[in-house]
Design a protein around this ligand. Structure first.
Ligand SMILES: [Zn+2]
Length: 297
């Protein structure tokens, strides 16, 4: 039993504790050099039909966290491959395809802290809300409360210590590449606040990691909404090429990019307001969502 427990503990903790980032060379023919990379690594793990889980690794300390681990065995195998210490689950929202693996992973990997903004999230240990902060090793995490798809949805903004490196945001089912989540438990004004006010005020070089591979379909709708937008046409072409090679489309566009081709981020643009026959960005948001809900490419 003890051996089994130790084995289990080892799965979640370090397999390779030596960090290349902090290795000091003791030889005398060259100057001693300490290379401190201070970077983060994101491992993109596909799950179910079109979901993504993300293993966030702090390269400096080998601390790691997993976003929406619906397939715990795949997560544990990635943790083992990378030789990192998994200590946290970041849950964007309570839906099964995001939080459905929490219980199993928390059981297999004792002592995990499970973050989320909704009491309906399985195995929740640390309830967070707007502005909550914590660390993954040297990485700083800030929570953004973005209710609408569900009333407890959280996006996680992660910044490396080295502010010259790009930050990233995990947007669950609030912001997709070229689109946004359905308004199951919210209103157009909430999605407007989530996308334009909250996520939209992050640094424009923030890379976007969302909950699903919906990019091609989203951009087909974007092309329908704004046929003259060349950024939409180019991004759609690129996304179709990526998908034809079986490659993900996430993590490669930024908040700044989304403002160019994502109609739901562009509700303040006159072209879209004209289409929605209103001058209100919130009404434009409602119009676009209603149209996208029944859109077939
Ligand atoms: Zn969802």
């Amino acid at each position: 039993m003890l051996r089994a427990l130790l084995r289990r503990k080892k799965v979640c903790q370090s397999f390779a504790a030596t960090s290349a980032a902090t290795k000091v060379l003791a030889a005398f023919h060259s100057t001693t050099l300490t290379i401190d990379l201070q970077t983060m690594k994101i491992k993109i793990l596909s799950a179910l039909e079109d979901n993504y889980m993300y293993l966030i690794i702090d390269e400096k300390t080998k601390a790691a966290a997993i976003v929406d681990p619906v397939n715990p065995d795949k997560v544990l195998s990635a943790v083992k491959d990378e030789g990192v210490n998994l200590s946290k689950i970041l849950t964007t929202h309570h839906h099964y395809d995001h939080a459905g693996g929490n219980k199993d992973l928390a059981q297999k990997c004792k002592g995990l802290a499970v973050y989320g903004g909704d009491d309906r999230i399985d195995a929740l240990t640390d309830k967070v809300t707007e502005g909550s902060q914590f660390k993954i090793g040297s990485l700083s995490v800030k929570c953004l409360f973005t209710p609408c798809h569900t009333r407890g949805h959280i996006c996680y903004f992660v910044q490396p210590e080295d502010t010259n490196k790009d930050p990233v945001v995990f947007t669950g089912d609030t912001l997709f590449i070229g689109g946004c989540g359905r308004f199951f438990e919210g209103t157009p004004v909430q999605m407007y606040n989530a996308l334009v006010k909250s996520l939209g005020s992050l640094p424009h070089n923030t890379k976007v990691y969302c909950g699903h591979e919906y990019t091609v379909n989203n951009l087909k709708y974007a092309r329908h909404a704004e046929p003259d937008n060349v950024d939409v046409v180019e991004k759609l072409k690129w996304a179709q090429e990526q998908r034809s090679k079986g490659l993900p489309t996430v993590g490669l566009s930024t908040i700044g990019d989304e403002f160019k081709f994502n109609p739901f981020m562009r509700v303040e643009e006159k072209t879209l307001q004209l289409k929605a026959k209103t001058q209100s960005p919130v009404e434009t948001m409602g119009h676009l969502r209603a149209e996208k809900d029944v859109f077939r490419s």
